[in-house]
Design a protein. Structure first.
Length: 317
């Protein structure tokens, strides 16, 4: 696909979930392989203006907001769903209790569905972990050390997807759905919850780390390595690129005409190492790097890794 935003939209819809369905969990939304999706995406790639206009409405440029906006665009266009509400706040007597990411209605059954969505990138390492959503031996931590896979799953399962079962949640849902359908919806107590969780798990280069048993065997994978180790152990590639967060979704690609103005594109290993070292030493945070393979029209991402400061994770776990 020619347009990055359309490639990102396709990734949001069709990439594998980070986790698999478990017996007592809400439904994990699988990649949409419907033929309608492929036709629709190709049409958007020929004329991306509807998507670009939709994205332009968002004031925030955070990756999570971008992800939500793409998912909302997909739901609005999907012939099988009615989008009832997005980011619907649930208020108690004196405070906000929570928020529904998306409320949709199945056009065939008429049933309402509550969806909680997230995009996450976690780096794994061996460390004793007593949390109930861990295997006891590993921690999967966000690159900025502010988020953990086990804690996120706990919040999704035990808090976020249960919001619809609370009295305040039911009241909010009934009001929102009544505005949309102009009638009371007595079956809202049976509203189903779903989880959309996309992203990558990054494995250490020189250690054996195992993902939790609830992770999807087909989840997207990368690797991580310390800055010092990178200088002696850089993976072969035709070229490399430092990826800003806006490029963390779909496979990165550059056409030949784009390589010259792209400032984070490197042909030589020494240039890459110098750029990564400067970034990490200045900012003291991990940077994502994509290894690129040359093809007839340009360069396409073959693998990705996080390069982290030598003292990462720099916090008390």
């Amino acid at each position: 696909m020619r347009h990055k935003e359309v490639r990102d939209l396709a990734w949001v819809i069709k990439s594998p979930s980070l986790v698999s369905n478990q017996g007592d969990w809400p439904t994990i939304v699988a990649p949409d392989k419907n033929e309608w999706v492929d036709t629709w995406l190709l049409r958007l790639d020929n004329d991306p203006r509807p998507l670009l206009q939709h994205l332009a409405k968002e004031k925030s440029h955070f990756l999570g907001t971008y992800f939500e906006s793409l998912w909302g665009f997909y739901l609005e266009a999907h012939p099988s769903f009615n989008l009832i509400a997005k980011n619907l706040q649930v208020n108690g007597r004196q405070k906000t209790i929570g928020e529904f990411d998306f409320i949709i209605q199945d056009c065939i059954s008429g049933d309402f569905i509550h969806q909680e969505i997230a995009i996450k990138f976690y780096l794994g390492f061996k460390k004793e972990n007593s949390h109930s959503f861990s295997d006891g031996e590993h921690i999967w931590l966000g690159p900025q050390c502010r988020d953990r896979l086990d804690l996120k799953i706990d919040k999704l399962i035990n808090t976020q997807t249960r919001l619809s079962k609370t009295e305040a949640g039911q009241c909010t849902l009934n009001s929102a759905c009544k505005q949309h359908t102009n009638e009371d919806n007595k079956n809202l107590s049976q509203i189903s919850s779903q989880i959309v969780l996309k992203g990558y798990l990054f494995y250490p280069e020189n250690d054996t780390v195992i993902a939790p048993s609830y992770c999807n065997p087909k989840h997207l994978k990368g690797s991580w390595i310390t800055l010092t180790s990178l200088t002696n152990n850089i993976e072969a590639a035709d070229a490399w690129c430092l990826l800003s967060k806006s490029n963390w979704m779909s496979r990165f690609q550059l056409e030949y005409g784009q390589t010259e103005p792209y400032r984070n594109f490197y042909i030589h290993q020494t240039d890459l190492l110098e750029a990564v070292s400067e970034k990490i030493n200045k900012e003291s945070r991990p940077w994502m790097v994509a290894g690129l393979k040359q093809h007839t029209q340009g360069y396409l991402e073959e693998h990705r890794l996080f390069v982290v400061p030598d003292n990462w994770p720099h916090l008390q776990l």
